[in-house]
Write a protein that binds this ligand. Structure first.
Ligand code: GRF
Length: 195
């Protein structure tokens, strides 16, 4: 097959979606390889998972930089040193500035735990339950300057069940996220979807 696309994953914490991407990318016929994982928190458990798979890792604390621009420029330098084609945000809990987003536009995707355009931002499970939603889900989308506003690539839906709590909903949805994100990255890396 043709050369695999080089992908970096940006995380802030647990990294279960990152792990799902690493697992999928280990298949010989997957069109992308995970070449680096970058965290904005040195204590992110996902960094150890990535390192255990022999993947390059880096952590950069925004607070150590005089400005967001300098922090994001350094992130770009790290990503370029890994010769990255695509960037996957996977539980990366910072809002990225316009320069960084424009730099990677069309080559950066995110997974969001709601059926966008519903429930942009945080606490999506709580808000869906508070609204009495009967359906919930997750979206993989291109990252554009507006928060959680880029065009969707794929969505997965789950029913909201009687007695669901934010925790049960999050747990059930996470299983769908782990299936959806590798499929969306596969489509992007294979050239089946573009911004
Ligand atoms: C996931 O629910 C993802 O949709 C959201 O943040 C969470 C990250 O979880 N963007 P993990 O770090 O991938 O386990």
């Amino acid at each position: 097959m043709t050369t695999k696309k080089r992908v970096a994953i940006l995380i802030s914490g647990r990294g279960s979606n990152m792990a799902a991407l690493i697992e999928a990318a280990s298949a010989p016929d997957y069109p992308a390889e995970i070449v680096g994982v970058l965290s904005n928190r040195a204590a992110a458990p996902g960094l150890e998972t990535a390192a255990a798979h022999g993947i390059a890792t880096a952590s950069l604390a925004q607070s150590k930089f005089p400005s967001r621009e300098m922090f994001e420029d350094t992130m770009t330098q790290v990503l370029e040193s890994w010769q990255v084609d695509y960037v996957c945000l996977a539980g990366f809990m910072l809002i990225l500035g316009e320069d960084f987003v424009n730099r990677w536009m069309g080559r950066m995707i995110n997974i969001h735990p709601s059926l966008l355009p519903a429930y942009k931002g945080l606490n999506t499970h709580e808000r869906a339950l508070a609204d009495g939603a009967t359906e919930h889900g997750c979206t993989v989308h291109f990252v554009t300057p507006g928060l959680d506003e880029g065009p969707s690539i794929l969505q997965a839906r789950i029913p909201v069940l009687p007695g669901d709590t934010p925790e049960t909903l999050a747990t059930r949805l996470l299983g769908e996220e782990h299936r959806l994100y590798p499929e969306a990255l596969r489509m992007l890396a294979a050239g089946e979807v573009r911004l």
